[in-house]
Ligand binder design. Structure first.
Ligand code: ADP
Ligand code: G6P
Length: 489
């Protein structure tokens, strides 16, 4: 396709996600600086280049004044981002409350903490009302910027009510929705008081996507059991109206990582790290400091390994880089102190005056430092209790073509389905098994490491973020747009 000016036509894609790829930090009344946001959704979508994409989302900051809003809107426009301004109360009820204290733990099979259970039950209605209100605010911004022919791609559990808001306003809009977390068994989803409303709204989209076939299957069976709709090989059908449901496993922009390793500044980092940890094997964890990542379990497994393998005590180091996340949610605050306590105890137990077995950093690393760290690692530990996909495991593999290190990977991460044959798969709840897998990884022959790495490297470099987005959007383009609003049953 060509435009009148002869340039190739690139379809306009409106990407709507709660979090913009950049988060804003206020420097003055009308000045802002923008920093890349952490998280798999952002990483994957930054790898998508073939579309004329606009991002619509929250910049992660409260901006009550008009001067600040105008200046931020302008700064974001340069990055093709369009802000949705959420006030403090909405953020508290919608983002901290309904999204991250209810949906997130539920979708990852983690029950609510005992003491929060009653309080959450009581505040449920007001949080759900805020969730719907916030989703409508996202819809209003989409409607303001939508042009005929655009494709609207909604992302994640924050925006399950968005497809319905959009279709109510314009039934001709092409709307896709993709979930970046697991979709749990229908028995789990069934416990959610707003279970039906959320499912109906998602079904208003033309295409619904998940990372794995299992998540798609759970969603279809929730629609069958809870709404009484029909599950078909194509998706979910109700009175002749079909919503297509399918699996679209995400990937990363692997070339970006591979190319970065050649840069002088990354080589410099690699040299420093090799010197600093010379004579020791490097084990690495890179996670948002989130309870789904199984960080305490991972560290306890490492302690067990040290306990059982005195030989390795001064020959191995675990670097755990944990970027703080959702710090206003009490559960996350508790997790931070829990992790600090465990790390302190183990370092006290196995450390010496000159070295400690665990280096724990509560912060984000810049891209070059992260690539260098991946490249010098001997064993990566990805022990999520549940994880939609987990892109850290992909990034590690992309940076390991020289070293051919070992990936220890949770069987409960979506990535286990794609990298399982090359990784050592573990049940992260079983610290004896994880400790044994550390031993297996450190003692693995070069030949076996090479074989396992080749398998994973091939997958990571041939299933990219770009390809993921193209497949989803092309399938969305192929769907027939129709009014799929299902208001009652
Ligand atoms: P999630 O989306 O749950 O955070 P993923 O593993 O899919 O999990 O994606 C995490 C993304 O965030 C990766 O791209 C990773 O590089 C980045 N990230 C996570 N922790 C850090 C950190 N401490 N420093 C820099 N980047 C990080
Ligand atoms: C996960 C979610 C994303 C989210 C990211 C970071 O990857 O699927 O939607 O953006 O975590 O979390 P945050 O709450 O900081 O946006």
């Amino acid at each position: 396709c060509e435009r009148q000016d002869g340039r190739p036509f690139r379809q306009r894609l409106l990407v709507v996600a709660n979090r913009l790829p950049v988060s804003a930090v206020r420097r003055g009344e009308d000045s802002w600086s923008l920093e890349i946001s952490a998280g798999g959704l952002v990483t994957a979508l930054l790898g998508v280049k073939e579309f004329e994409a606009r991002w619509i989302g929250w910049a992660g900051v409260n901006v009550p004044d008009e001067i600040g809003q105008k200046a931020l809107t302008k700064a974001l426009a340069e990055k093709r981002c369009i802000p949705v301004f959420l006030d403090e109360e909405i953020v508290h009820q919608y983002y901290n409350g309904y999204c991250n204290n209810i949906l997130w733990p539920l979708f990852h099979y983690l029950g609510l903490p005992q003491e929060d259970r009653l309080a959450t039950t009581r505040s449920f209605q007001s949080q759900f009302a805020a969730y719907k209100k916030a989703n409508q605010m996202f819809a209003d911004v989409v409607n303001m910027h939508y042009e005929e022919g655009d494709v609207v791609w909604c992302h994640d559990y924050h925006l399950m009510y968005l497809p319905e808001c959009l279709k109510k306003h314009n039934t001709n809009m092409k709307v896709g929705w993709f979930l970046h977390t697991p979709f749990p068994s229908s028995e789990i989803h069934r416990t959610l008081p707003s279970r039906s409303e959320l499912l109906r709204s998602v079904l208003a989209a033309d295409l619904v996507g998940f990372h794995t076939y299992d998540y798609a299957r759970h969603f279809v069976s929730a629609c069958t059991r809870i709404l009484g709709f029909e599950g078909t090989p194509e998706g979910v059908e109700d009175q002749g109206r079909l919503t297509r449901v399918a699996a679209f496993p995400i990937g990363i922009d692997s070339e970006r990582f591979i190319r970065a390793l050649e840069l002088p500044q990354v080589q410099e980092h690699i040299k420093d790290l090799k010197e600093r940890f010379s004579g020791r094997k490097v084990m690495l964890g890179v996670d948002r400091l989130d309870m789904i990542k199984g960080i305490p379990q991972k560290i306890l497994a490492f302690e067990k390994f040290l306990e059982e393998n005195p030989y390795w005590r001064d020959k191995v180091v675990l670097l755990q880089i944990a970027v703080p996340t959702r710090t206003d949610v009490p559960e996350y605050q508790k997790l931070t102190s829990q992790v600090h306590e465990i790390v302190g105890r183990i370092n006290g137990r196995f450390g010496s005056l000159t070295a400690v077995p665990i280096h724990h950093l509560d912060r984000s690393l810049d891209f070059h430092a992260l690539c260098a760290l991946y490249a010098v690692t001997d064993v990566a530990l990805v022990t999520s209790l549940r994880d939609g996909m987990n892109l850290v495991s992909y990034e590690f593999v992309a940076c390991q073509d020289a070293k051919k290190g070992v990936l220890i990977l949770s069987e409960f991460a979506g990535a286990a389905q794609s990298l399982g044959a090359g990784a050592i798969l573990v049940n992260p709840w079983n610290i004896t098994e994880v400790a044994a897998s550390i031993s297996q990884a450190l003692n693995m022959s070069a030949e076996e490491r090479e074989k396992r790495h080749q398998h994973n490297f091939h997958h990571v470099t041939s299933h990219t973020a770009q390809e993921w987005a193209e497949t989803f959007v092309s399938e969305l383009n192929d769907t027939v747009v129709e009014a799929k609003l299902r208001t009652s049953k």
